[in-house]
Write a protein that binds this ligand. Sequence first.
Ligand code: ADP
Ligand code: MG
Length: 732
Amino acid sequence: MSTESTWRNAPDTLGRTAPNQSVQYPDATPIDEIFGVDCFGLQEMKKRIPAEQFRSLLMTIERGEPMSDKELADSIAKAMRQWAIEKGATHYTHWFHPLTGSTAEKHDSLYKLNSEKAFIPHLSASALMQGEPDASSFPSGGLRQTFEARGYTAWDATSPAFIMRGDNSATLCIPTAFVSWTGEALDKKTPLLRSMDAISKQALRVLKFFGKDEGVHNVYSTMGCEQEYFLIDKRFLSSRPDLMLCGRTLFGSKPAKGQELSDHYFGAVPPRILEFMADSEQDLYRVGVPVQTRHNEVAPGQYEIAPLFEHANVASDHQMVLMEILKRSAERHGLHAIYHEKPFAGVNGSGKHTNWSLSTDSGLNLLDPEDSPHTNPQFLVFLCAVIRAVHLHGDLLRSSIASAGNDHRLGAHEAPPAIISIFLGDMLTDLLDQIEAGEMTRTLSGGTLDLGATQLPKLPRDSGDRNRTSPFAFTGNKFEYRAVGSTMTAAWPLTVMNTIVAESLDDILNDIEKVVGAGATPEARDAAVMGVLKDVVGKHKAIIFNGDGYSQEWQEEAARRGLPNIKKSSDAIPVMREQKNLDLFARFGVLQNAEVHSRANTYMEKYVTQLSIEAATMLQIARQQILPAAYEHQRNLAETAASSEGIGSDILGLRDEFTQYAELADRFRNGAAKLEEQLDSIPDDEYKAGEYFRDTLIGTMEDLREIGDLLETKTPSKIWPLPSYQDMLFIK
Ligand code: ADP
Ligand code: MG
């Protein structure tokens, strides 16, 4: 057993667990000194529990071995409690990810009364390992009724506990999974962990097949998310009911200047924003989120932050913490952070590019082509498995990123289209051509770039360009799933990714093993591999598209190739319930049928509820704010016209203006009446309601917005009741 080397390589103060050379974490010491650590990572545990127990804990964290030892749980609970109290925490919470898409917590005191009526610190092993929040109001999509409210939270030892601080509070947050009394997953973490197990098992099989499994005990999915978001001055929020209730503007005409000059993208970060960023980053480092990049995004008022990648489960937890911490930090700086996929019409929306790869615990990135991938059949198996998986399950991937917000983004000529395809670039595409031709002879290289000025260095060039129009792009040594929406937890799309790739690895390997047995020579083995991959490439290359995903031609070409193009989430969500998908999740132990149904029901209900809230908010703004303002201006125009009567021929123009304005206001009034009428007829069944929105209400809302935005351009700004786009996007 190589416990010793695992022990030496693993710990660091930020709680990272993989002794993975390809993973580079910020040097823990300076961060520790500068910001302090509010994260109960391995380093902290190592200091506080006996060495033997720590080794046993690493087995659980790194190899997924069950934590059987009650004494170990006792030690960790005691250590965690002491640490938290030293840090000033007064409460702890089992922190989990219900299907709502946000995080949940119910705080308990870290102290209890003893027999002498004195408060003593308290966190028992059982309280650490298991919680039982009532939590009956969380959506379960029919998995349980409120009278069957029991749900359990179970400690996830692989994700470090951390302390969330408020102005006068400090709470120990213990990452947990959330399941029902009958053991069904009610959260996003449980299936993610199961999918990580599933893909690890298949990837290990592949490594074993190629005799590359020595010293490898686990294969992790790795994830790094690029989070885009908007910031507006907080004072505008209370005057924008749409932003407050829906997270996006339902009305708002385009300002004279938007993003046309591309002067915001990668521009110098405005000082106030930089202050906010630096502050947030300190808080993030402190709780163990290894943030790395920050920059201005394309739209005015839009920014991005990306942490270093980590094990997918930890990265997913950190992603949720990141969103919370940015939000809180924005408040402190008088700003309001907006995560919606399309908060402002006419400028870019926000995504959460989800970078994904597979890494062994010995540090090998399995999607890294290295120097000569044409001689590396193992890499080609992983590559072809991803291609096959995405081709077979493009519809399920589309389903995994379905939401009311993301519908505005996909296919809106700024974000990837709703058609799922893969961008591979020249080098990998050439490899596939060679696989099909049955002869592997070359790896294209990018060569060097001579800049033509002797002062400047010659640059090594990547073997392929980037493609920002692709929903799913190979970017050097990982795939970037770009279609994920900015509000989403990346956990569910990643669960789907892991599961479909596990399936393809399994199927491909089964096919290979039908051709060669265990004792085959390397030549015979590689020949069998290439034979099977040739078949895979032939059947699935239709998913590869290296061209412009925004173009109309691609829509037509994709249809010819038979690739699904599911534009609305009301059609994408039900895909989960198809038999082939129920079977897929069950086959890999990721979700049982009832769990899939519960998710589909929950997501559909959320979709419909969000749209209903938007429609109701729109009506409220129309009736209570826009129409009164429009009537006021209409009256002003009428009075001005009347008082100017007899002055001269100019009056005709004024009368025209009045008539046109009054007509527009009337069209707006009628539009609002139509919306109200349609709002009354939303079907009760969430799937029918989804179709109703798709076919009826969404169009009515779009029409009303168009008239409203036109009215705004013709109404004096001092009367217009809502802060303008110009104010919100440009005042910093
Ligand atoms: P870009 O905008 O150029 O795509 P960024 O630097 O903004 O790149 O973000 C890239 C993200 O991909 C980062 O979060 C990074 O840590 C992550 N990443 C890099 N390598 C891997 C990997 N092997 N697995 C998962 N994520 C990765
Ligand atoms: Mg980026």
